[in-house]
Design a protein around this ligand. Structure first.
Ligand code: BGC
Length: 776
């Protein structure tokens, strides 16, 4: 049947049958699309058949595909960089340049068929506007994702995702480049702040919830970067090497859990190579694992500049080239058309690429619920950011109950705030996730000058960049809560002066920062500049010193014994200062728990020095400017706390750790086995304040690896006790058998521990598990 006859057949079919008859996707014939030079098929009169919301998404996509032309198909699989930059102006047609949304990406729609454009924005921490792509456009900046992971509260991840979704719709975006979930194998990683820590269950649940929140607003969220893109150094050329089994039990398990829970419309494949094959042409990851084993029906889009081929990429699973001008070549343009014409990419494959994109647009509501620009609800959204920050800030030390600071009005009290930006705002991490926050600070942007790590010859080792500060300032927030006190701020540039101020203060609060960014990793785990020296000296002068850390991830604390209290505030977002102040004064009882291990030194890490570190601080190397190198993930699936346990290492602070202003007791542990593990236990607030407890359950497989299998976060009043029950996802008890391509649970007694962290045991039990297998 030639194309025209086929279209005539479809047309007759559509005209002759009531829509209900088309509800089965298989009754719609799939003719070849109209080739260049042929006229587009005439559309049926009346509403377009695929606008019938009662049809399944597959059927609706099939119907569109019955009328689509080849040119239109090619339009959907190739995206533009979303900003009209000089380099793109030279290669983009004017009609496109006029409609670019001022963000990361744009894929034109098909107006003839009522298919909207994909208007894409980065959105890990809010609707991004890095490099002021949309001058003057502000959005609420959520705290870093690592902080959200530290809440151990899926509800907050959902609320953050929904907040982003609502703002995105109102700003005219329908695809969120969000859902960053690369496991923290490298605590010095430049994007550790954008991800959700080191545990696949915690990261998977939090990412899944954030994605669900965003997509409930009838737009698409991605999950990224698929996969094992766990450090920035050499990210475009590195090969991340580890076995199938290890990957399935760690990095891929995080994705798998998040994909099941959040059903992201798209998966962004990563820059790096995985076992020597680039992420965006990786048959194993894209075809076998994602689309095969996991039955994923969404589409795979590339990271910006991550495509390396036409035929391999398309045949091995890439469905859409996100930004062809970021790639070395226009791989999915004319080259793709020719490859399909020549048969090196089968017609069916192109149809599948297009089908996945269209189907997802129907499933996620892009076609039935078009976006309209309107003002965002700033007040509601700022509250979401604040609630997140208040639950994700972690109290790491509190000697002699120095915190919370007294709210008793003693006008003579002198609170000295020391630290670079505490008079201006709280810092944020940089890169494509950068949000331009709501509000103004006297100096919103400052050059990285003072904050960068200086090399041995005192040259900055990190490229100067722009640190975006989120208002309000901690100084203003603290003054707001203690208007009766004498609150002074000093930037800390002269240590002797800081010490003199500390001596005459009732309490000193030092704000220390580690600025991190996409594109480069931190040189080590130390606070940059002379901040360690400053804290040490100030704490030496006044033991009532509180250190508030704003860091991308873990840092070393050589001064820990000297200071009174430490709060890990990560990058706390657009209301971060308020959250910090409310915790300092006890209006909020801290309840964050570490989603990542804090080592005592780099020597405890599987890689004491970052592979490729010689170039670690150079800007994102353009492809080809550095030679490819390998990173062998010797720890396998034992990421973070599992590595520390396997090596019998004691970290500075373990995964799961965090203090409260009250105390808790967990006990009464009962464990039952069988085909999986079910536990129940009691959580009790034994202190004098209400507070949120996070009881964590770890199970040790016969192989000897303790894994987080569940947790319960509860708000408990003083004296209140509650019993909770959890059932483990059996994959957390299993090992992956690559030969048989299935999870395998070994028969045996499994040790279960209940505790306040991965290192603390409040109660333990054993349960007998029977042998079984699970299909991935
Ligand atoms: C990042 C992605 C981001 C994309 C678009 C890339 O450099 O790795 O996370 O979504 O840029 O801005």
């Amino acid at each position: 049947m030639n194309g025209k006859v086929a279209y005539a057949a479809v047309f007759c079919l559509l005209a002759a049958f009531p829509m209900a008859a088309l509800a089965q996707p298989q009754v719609v014939p799939l003719p070849r699309p109209v080739l260049p030079g042929e006229p587009p098929p005439t559309l049926p009169s009346g509403p377009l058949p695929w606008t019938d919301k009662s049809l399944p998404a597959d059927a609706r996509a099939d119907l569109v595909q019955a009328y689509i032309t080849r040119d239109e198909e090619l339009t959907l699989v190739r995206g533009y960089f979303g900003v009209n930059y000089p380099w793109t102006a030279k290669i983009y047609p004017e009609a496109i340049r006029n409609v670019l949304p001022g963000s990361a990406g744009y894929v034109p729609g098909i107006p003839r068929l009522g298919i909207p454009a994909l208007s894409e924005s980065d959105a890990s921490l809010g609707v991004a506007n890095g490099r002021h792509m949309r001058p003057g456009d502000q959005a609420v900046a959520l705290p870093s994702s690592l902080l959200t992971a530290a809440t151990w509260n899926g509800g907050l991840a959902y609320a953050g995702g929904a907040m982003i979704g609502a703002e995105a719709r109102n700003k005219g975006f329908n695809v969120m480049l969000a859902g960053g979930i690369n496991l923290a194998r490298e605590p010095r990683g430049g994007r550790t702040f954008e991800y959700l820590g080191e545990d696949p269950l915690l990261a998977g649940i939090m990412a899944g919830e954030a994605i669900r929140g965003t997509q409930d607003l009838d737009i698409i969220s991605t999950i990224k970067h698929f996969a094992v893109n766990d450090q920035e150094t050499g990210r475009m050329t590195i090969s991340a090497n580890l076995s199938d089994a290890a990957m399935r039990e760690s990095d891929l398990l995080a994705f798998e859990i998040a994909v099941e829970r959040g059903d992201p419309g798209a998966v962004m494949c990563s820059y790096n190579r995985i076992n020597n094959v680039y992420g965006c042409e990786n048959d194993y990851l894209l075809n076998k694992v994602l689309k095969g084993d996991w039955g994923y029906k969404g589409f795979v889009l590339s990271d910006w500049g991550a495509v390396h081929s036409t035929v391999e990429a398309a045949n091995n699973g890439l469905d859409q080239e996100s930004s062809f001008s970021s790639d070395r070549q226009d791989f999915f343009g004319e080259a793709l058309a020719q490859a399909v014409a020549a048969g090196t990419i089968p017609e069916a494959r192109l149809r599948d690429m297009v089908h996945r994109i269209l189907r997802t647009m129907f499933v996620k509501g892009l076609i039935d619920h078009p976006i309209f620009k309107q003002p965002i609800d700033v007040k509601t959204d700022l509250n979401v950011a604040q609630r997140d920050a208040e639950e994700g800030i972690v109290l790491l030390k509190n000697a002699q109950d120095l915190l919370p600071l007294s709210l008793v009005k003693r006008p003579s009290r002198r609170i000295t705030i020391i630290g670079g930006y505490a008079d201006l705002g709280v810092i944020s991490g940089s890169g494509s996730s950068q949000v331009i926050p709501i509000g103004n600070t006297p100096s919103l942007e400052i050059l990285a000058g003072g904050a960068v790590w200086m090399g041995p010859d005192q040259t900055p080792q990190i490229p100067a960049g722009t640190i975006i500060l989120n208002p309000p300032s901690p100084y203003a927030a603290i003054r707001g809560l203690a208007p009766w006190a004498r609150v002074v701020h000093y930037d800390g540039s002269n240590i002797a002066k800081a010490v003199a101020l500390a001596r005459i203060s009732d309490v000193v609060i030092v704000f220390a920062q580690q600025w991190t960014s996409e594109g480069w990793d931190s040189p080590d785990l130390s606070l940059p500049g002379n901040q360690d020296e400053l804290i040490d000296a100030v704490a030496g002068a006044n033991r009532r010193t509180v250190v508030v850390l704003q860091t991308g991830g873990p840092v070393l604390m050589p001064w820990l014994d000297k200071v009174g209290a430490v709060l890990e505030a990560w990058y706390p977002g657009n209301r971060g200062a308020n959250a910090i102040a409310r915790i300092l004064f006890g209006a909020v009882n801290p309840s964050g728990r570490l989603p990542i291990t804090f080592p005592q030194s780099e020597s405890q890490l599987p890689r004491p020095v970052i592979p490729g570190h010689e170039q670690a601080y150079s800007r994102i190397p353009l492809e080809g400017t550095r030679s490819p190198f390998d990173i062998d993930y010797v720890e396998g699936a034992n990421v973070g706390y599992k590595w520390f346990k396997a090596k019998k290492l004691t970290p500075l602070f373990p995964f799961g750790f965090g203090l409260s202003y009250t105390s808790f007791d967990f006990g009464g542990l009962r464990a039952a086995g069988g085909t999986t593990l079910s536990v129940s236990f009691e959580m009790r607030n034994t202190g004098k304040r209400p507070g949120k407890a996070t009881a964590q359950v770890y199970a040790t497989t016969p192989g000897g690896v303790a894994r987080l299998i569940g947790w319960s976060k509860l708000d408990l009043k003083p004296g209140e006790t509650r019993r909770v029950a959890l059932t483990a996802d059996p994959r957390l008890l299993a090992t992956f058998d690559s030969g048989a391509n299935q999870w395998r649970m070994a028969e045996g007694d499994y040790a279960v521990t209940l505790g306040e962290s991965s290192a603390e045991v409040s109660a333990s039990a054993t349960a007998h598990i029977t042998a079984s297998t699970i299909k991935p």
